[in-house]
Design a binder for this molecule. Structure first.
Ligand SMILES: CCCCCCCC/C=C\CCCCC/C=C/C(=O)SCCNC(=O)CCNC(=O)[C@H](O)C(C)(C)COP(=O)(O)OP(=O)(O)OC[C@H]1O[C@@H](n2cnc3c(N)ncnc32)[C@H](O)[C@@H]1OP(=O)(O)O
Ligand SMILES: Cc1cc2nc3c(=O)[nH]c(=O)nc-3n(C[C@H](O)[C@H](O)[C@H](O)COP(=O)(O)OP(=O)(O)OC[C@H]3O[C@@H](n4cnc5c(N)ncnc54)[C@H](O)[C@@H]3O)c2cc1C
Length: 664
C-alpha cells in the first residue's frame, strides 16, 4: 500500500453519526453551511487563489501576488454581486493576510463605532467602495499594550481649524499597522490630543497618507515596511508599516468625535459616552479572533487526524500492516482534546458573536451597561482561545512526526500565520489581566451586588466555597451539571482567594502587580467556565441528525475532563476535588477517547475544509499521502537540476583537496 486512500475509506465507514448533519451543526445552520460551502468551492476552483507555492516566493513576488488576489477577489465581489457576508467568507477562504483585513475589520468598524453621523456619511461609502483604503495605526515603536502611553501628538491649531499630527520622538513612530507600508491611502491614527497646551487623552484621527492619484506619500509623511516577519509566506503577504509624521495638518472634522468633541474654538467637550468606546474596535476584532480560532485549530486537527489514520508504525505481524498511529493511546490523548477544543471554540465563538451583536445594539442606543462584561469576555476568550490554538497547531505538527515539519504538510505556514494572534489585538497576558480586574471587582462587590452575565454563577459563592464534589465513580463524571459545578467551584475559590490576599495590601495597585501571576490563573479558570458552560448550552438546544448530539456530548466531556486533568492541581489545591475523584475523571477520559476513535475521521470531515484551504499533503481528503509527498519533492524548484549552484565552486574543490587554491 503506497498511499492511505483505502485507510481513509475504511475510516469513513466506521462513523456512528450523520456527517452531513454534523457539517450543519458546525456551520451553525443549513443556510450558513451552504453559503460557506459555495464560497469555499469558488475559491478552491480558481487558479488565481492557488497558495501551495506561497512559502517558496520571495517577499516582493509574494506581495505582488497578494495584491493580484485582492484585486481579483474585489472583481468577483462586484461581478457576482456578493453580499458583505459572502465577501467576508471569500477573504477567509482565500486565506491570505492582506490590507483588506484592516480595511474591513478595523478601519470601517472604527469609523462605525467612534465616528459621528456626519463622519459616517462621508467616510463609510468611500471605504465600502474601496475608494479610500484605510488601516489602523495605534501601536508605536515604543508603546503597544499601553495605549494611554502613546506619544504621537494631535495639536489643535485654532488659526487654521486643523489638527497637527506629529511624531515627536523615534519611539513615537507608528510601528506595525497592517496595510500601511505600501497600500493604504488613509489610516486611523491614535494620538494624544493637545488643546492649548493641555493633554486630553488619546483619540483616533483619520489621516490621509498617500496621494490618491499617484500613491506617493503626502508631504510630512515618512512611511515604509518594518521588515520580514516569522516564517515563509505566512504573515509576509501583509505590509506592516512604520509611519513618521512631521507636522501633518488635517481638518478638525477628521478627529473621530462620537466620544468627545473639539469645538471650532478649540474647547474639549466630553459627551456621556464612556471613553472606553475608543477601544471599541478592539472589542470587535477580539470577538472575530475568537471565532477564527476554531477555524485555525480545526485545520491543524484535520491534517493531524487524517495523517494519523494513514501513518502506520510498529506492531506488524507476519508482514501484515503496522498499527495506525491514531490507535496509540498517547496519540489519542494528545489529538482528541484538540479535536474537542476546536468544537468548544466554535460554539463559544458563536455565543460571543451573539454577545457582541447585543452590546453593539445597546451602544448604538447609548446603553453602556454591558460594556465592561463584553470587554472582559472578549479579552479573556481571545487570550484563552488563541493561546490554546497556537499551542494546538504546534502539537499537531509533532503528531505528524517528521513530515509535519515539511512545508507541504501545511502546518508550518499555518503556525507562522497564526501565532501573532497571541500578541496582536492585545497581548494575551495583558488581556487576562483585564479579566482579573473585572473578577476582582466582581468578588469585592459580592456582599452587596448580585453578579450578572458570565459571573452570575458566583451568586452561589457560599455553596461553591463550602460544598465538595460528590463523584464516586468514573461514570458519575458523565453529568454536565457535575462537570460545570466543578469548574465554577474552582474558579470561584481561586478568585476569592486572590481577593483575600489582595485585601492584605495597603496599596491595591501594588497588590495587583504582586499577585498578577495568580490573578492570570484565576482569570483563565473563569474563562474556562465560560467555554464549558457555553458548550453545555449548545447541547441543550435541538441538534438534528443521527448520532450528532451524542458525539457532541462525547466531545464536551473530552474537552472538560481533559482540562480538569490538565489543571488538576487547581482543583485539588482549592479542595473541591479529592485525588481519587481527579483520578476517576482521568479513567473516564480514556473511555471517552475510545468513543471518539471510530468517529475521528468523520468528525474532522465535518469541518468541511477543502484541500485548497488545508493546503496540506498530509491532510488530503483522499489520504493519498506518500505518492503526493514524493511527487511534491521532485516538483520543488530546488530539484530542477541534479547539480545545485555552488556545488562546483564550493564542494568539488573540497573533494579534490583543492580548497586552498579555490576562489571562494
Ligand atoms: C492570522 C490570525 C487570524 C486572526 C484573524 C481573525 C479575524 C480578524 C479579522 C481581522 C484581523 C485584523 C488583523 C489584526 C491586526 C492587528 C491589529 C492590532 O493589533 S491593533 C492594536 C491592538 N492593540 C491593543 O490591543 C492594545 C492593548 N491595550 C489595551 O487595550 C488597553 O490599553 C488596556 C491594556 C486594556 C489598558 O487600557 P488603559 O490603560 O487605558 O485603561 P485602564 O486604565 O487599564 O482601564 C480603564 C478602564 O477601561 C476598561 N477597558 C479597557 N479596555 C476596554 C475596552 N476595550 N472596552 C471597555 N472597557 C475597557 C478597563 O478594564 C478599565 O476598567 P475599570 O477597571 O476602570 O473598571
Ligand atoms: C502581526 C502583527 C500585526 C499587527 N498589526 C497591528 C495593526 O494593524 N495596528 C496596530 O496598531 N498594531 C498592530 N500590531 C501591534 C500589536 O497590537 C502589539 O504588538 C500588541 O498590542 C502588543 O503590544 P506590544 O508589542 O507593545 O507588547 P508589549 O506590551 O511590549 O509586551 C512585551 C511583554 O511584556 C508583557 N507585558 C506588557 N505589559 C504588561 C503588564 N502590564 N503586565 C504584565 N506583563 C506585561 C507582555 O505580556 C509581553 O510578554 C500588530 C502586531 C503583530 C505581531
Amino acid at each position: 500500500m503506497e498511499g492511505g486512500v483505502d485507510y481513509l475509506i475504511d475510516e469513513r465507514k466506521k462513523a456512528q453519526f450523520d456527517v452531513e448533519a454534523m457539517k450543519v451543526a458546525w456551520a451553525g445552520s443549513r443556510q450558513a453551511f451552504e453559503l460557506s460551502d459555495r464560497i469555499a468551492k469558488l475559491v478552491a476552483n480558481d487558479p488565481i487563489f492557488e497558495k501551495f507555492s506561497r512559502p517558496m516566493l520571495g517577499r516582493k513576488e509574494l506581495f505582488k501576488n497578494s495584491l493580484r488576489k485582492v484585486a481579483h477577489a474585489w472583481k468577483l465581489i462586484i461581478d457576482l454581486r456578493l453580499s458583505e457576508e459572502e465577501a467576508k467568507l471569500l477573504r477567509h477562504y482565500i486565506d491570505e493576510p492582506a490590507y483588506t483585513d484592516l480595511q474591513w475589520e478595523m478601519f470601517i468598524p472604527a469609523i462605525e463605532g467612534q465616528g459621528t453621523e456626519e463622519q459616517k456619511r462621508k467616510w463609510l461609502p468611500l471605504a465600502r467602495k474601496m475608494q479610500v483604503i484605510g488601516s489602523y495605526a495605534q501601536t508605536e515603536l515604543g508603546h503597544g499594550s499601553n495605549v494611554q502611553g502613546l506619544e504621537t501628538t494631535a495639536t489643535f491649531d485654532p488659526q487654521t481649524d486643523e489638527f497637527v499630527i506629529h511624531s515627536p520622538t523615534l519611539t513615537s513612530s507608528k510601528w506595525w499597522p497592517g496595510g500601511t507600508a505600501k497600500v493604504s491611502t488613509h489610516a486611523i491614527v491614535y494620538a494624544r490630543l493637545i488643546l492649548d497646551g493641555q493633554f486630553h487623552g488619546v483619540h483616533g484621527f483619520i489621516v490621509q497618507l498617500r496621494n490618491l492619484e499617484n500613491h506617493t506619500p503626502l508631504p510630512g509623511i515618512t512611511v515604509g515596511d518594518i521588515g520580514m516577519k516569522f516564517g515563509n509566506g505566512a504573515y509576509n503577504t501583509m505590509d506592516n508599516g512604520v509611519i513618521r509624521f512631521n507636522h501633518v495638518h488635517i481638518p478638525r472634522n477628521q478627529m473621530l468625535m462620537r466620544v468627545s468633541q473639539v469645538t471650532r474654538e478649540g474647547k474639549f467637550v466630553q459627551s456621556d459616552v464612556p471613553r472606553q468606546l475608543l477601544y471599541g474596535t478592539m472589542v470587535y476584532v477580539r470577538q472575530k479572533i475568537v471565532a477564527d480560532a476554531s477555524k485555525a485549530l480545526s485545520r491543524a486537527v484535520c491534517i493531524a487526524t487524517r495523517y494519523s489514520a494513514v501513518r502506520r508504525q510498529f506492531g506488524s505481524r507476519n508482514g501484515g500492516p503496522e498499527i495506525q498511529v491514531i490507535d496509540y493511546k498517547t496519540q489519542q490523548s494528545r489529538l482528541f482534546p484538540l479535536l474537542a477544543s476546536a468544537y468548544a471554540f466554535r460554539f463559544v465563538g458563536e455565543w460571543l458573536k451573539w454577545l457582541y451583536t447585543d452590546v453593539k445594539q445597546r451602544l448604538e442606543a447609548n446603553d453602556f451597561s454591558t460594556l465592561p462584561e463584553a470587554h472582559a469576555c472578549t479579552a479573556g476568550l481571545k487570550s484563552l482561545t488563541t493561546s490554546a490554538t497556537a499551542d494546538g497547531i504546534e502539537e499537531c505538527r509533532k503528531l505528524c512526526g517528521g513530515h509535519g515539519y515539511l512545508v507541504s504538510s501545511g502546518i508550518p505556514e499555518l503556525f507562522a500565520t497564526y501565532v501573532p494572534a497571541c500578541t496582536f489585538e492585545g497581548d494575551n497576558v495583558v488581556m487576562m489581566l483585564q479579566v482579573a480586574r473585572f473578577l476582582v471587582k466582581t468578588v469585592s462587590e459580592l456582599g452587596y451586588k448580585q453578579p450578572v452575565g458570565t459571573t452570575a454563577y458566583m451568586r452561589r459563592v457560599t455553596a461553591l466555597m463550602q460544598s465538595n464534589c460528590a463523584v464516586r465513580t468514573a461514570e458519575e463524571w458523565l453529568n454536565p451539571g457535575v462537570v460545570v459545578e466543578a469548574f465554577e467551584a474552582r474558579s470561584t475559590r481561586m478568585a476569592v482567594a486572590c481577593g483575600q490576599r489582595l485585601a492584605k495590601f495597603e496599596n491595591p495597585e501594588e497588590g495587583f502587580a504582586e499577585l498578577s501571576a495568580d490573578l492570570v490563573e484565576a482569570s483563565l479558570a473563569h474563562c474556562q467556565v465560560i467555554v464549558v458552560s457555553k458548550f453545555v448550552e449548545k447541547l441543550q438546544q435541538e441538534i438534528p441528525g443521527k448520532g450528532v448530539k451524542r458525539l457532541l456530548e462525547v466531545l464536551f466531556y473530552v474537552y472538560a475532563l481533559f482540562l480538569l486533568h490538565k489543571h488538576q492541581g487547581d482543583f485539588l489545591a482549592t479542595g473541591y476535588l479529592t485525588p481519587k475523584q481527579a483520578s476517576l475523571a482521568n479513567d473516564q477520559l480514556r473511555i471517552l477517547y475510545s468513543k471518539v476513535r471510530p468517529n475521528a475521521i468523520a468528525l474532522v470531515d465535518s469541518f468541511n475544509h477543502t484541500d485548497h484551504l488545508l493546503s496540506s499533503i498530509l491532510g488530503r481528503y483522499d489520504g493519498n499521502v506518500y505518492p503526493k509527498l514524493y511527487e511534491a519533492a521532485f516538483n520543488d524548484p530546488f530539484n530542477d537540476s541534479d547539480i545545485a549552484d555552488g556545488i562546483h565552486q564550493y564542494v568539488q574543490p573540497m573533494l579534490r583537496q583543492e580548497l586552498h587554491s579555490a576562489k571562494l
